[in-house]
Design a protein around this ligand. Sequence first.
Ligand SMILES: *Cc1c(COP(=O)(O)O)cnc(C)c1O
Length: 424
Amino acid sequence: MAQELWQRALRVLPGGVNSPVRSFRGVGGEPFFVARGQGPYLYDQEGRRYVDYVMSYGPLILGHAPPAVVRAVQEQAALGLSFGAPTQLEVEMAELLTEAVPGLEMVRMVNSGTEATMSALRVARAVTGRARVVKFHGCYHGHHDTLLIKAGSGAATLGVPDSQGVPPTLAELTLTVGYNDVEALESVFSRFGAEIAAVIVEPVAGNMGTVPPSPGFLEAIRRLTRQAGALMVVDEVMTGFRVAWGGASRAFGLEPDLVCLGKVIGAGMPVAAYGGRREYMERVAPLGGVYQAGTLSGNPLAMAGGLAQLRALSAPGTYQRLGELADRLGRELVAMARSHGVAASYHAVGGMMTLFFREPAPKNFEEVAAGDATRFGRFFHGMRERGVFWPPSPYESAFPSLAHDEKAVEATLAAAAEVFRRGV
Ligand SMILES: *Cc1c(COP(=O)(O)O)cnc(C)c1O
């Protein structure tokens, strides 16, 4: 049945999916179709249960279908799905976010992380009157043209498009630098400083697996952008309210000019946001000349669900529990791998973690890419056969949730023990 559905999907959806990673190209094999999720578990259409570490790629920090979030969405649905006119929920969401996230004085809700980073860069370009943008190799900020750029290795290079259909003249505006490479960033600023509108960064990289910032890296971005009159755009679409309450900006004491949020703030609904200092956000329409709009932006269902999730997260101890869980998973998986002679390492920051099949743990994209992808594929399929849904690519972070209780974690570790015993 699943195979027949997959054949149907392949006929009418590119690669059978609505977002590429779901097709399992990174690990081979065919994806399963989800019937439902509950707590830490996902159930496929054939009734198989998986301990889920994909968790919709980050938003589901309370687990699948948490009662408080489901109730909030159901209650709002009965009152109407969308209005195209203001609701109190949007004000409450904006107040919560501006209270929690440093530097966020005004915020605009949008529908995806892609939209948030695209709009933030538009503001940065308007504010500075400059065109160039700096991004880091291995950081993902969504799929709009300016940021869909791959770096050359090592020193900074003019961006070349990472995708067909992106005009090279546009890609040239994006300068790429290795993550955690302060020297390369300094040399980009010494060459292009007066032309740079913004540096955009994942404060903890999560889209090449989890890679934390080296000491001094984020501080160097802040120093160099200030000196050059460029803006620092902190992309917290993944890290926001996942690594800590108020995001990495708050946990690390950053002073961003603009911040992007998404994923957790929407609880699994299509929600993201961008914002920052008042003087910058006052440039956005209708106050200013930076045009940006959205028919469904600030959607009441999404606001109700997101607010319910954020309020649950604000309870004391949530992030400590999540951080301990992610770290324990990493520690125990690495110990198991090494006890079977398999090179392995991990990074865990708050509720994000990645197991790497290499040593030592990587600090940039090149080092992540040097991991053993074949071994990762065997690990993924071994886990899947034993009821654990690990992210289907060595470049995706795993996302434990607050619903991952002792039983789910023990099932995960038992599956991994068997996978490593049989050999990856
Ligand atoms: C997921 C992600 C995005 C893109 O968000 P979409 O909602 O998929 O468009 C942007 N930036 C970061 C850091 C992300 O993790």
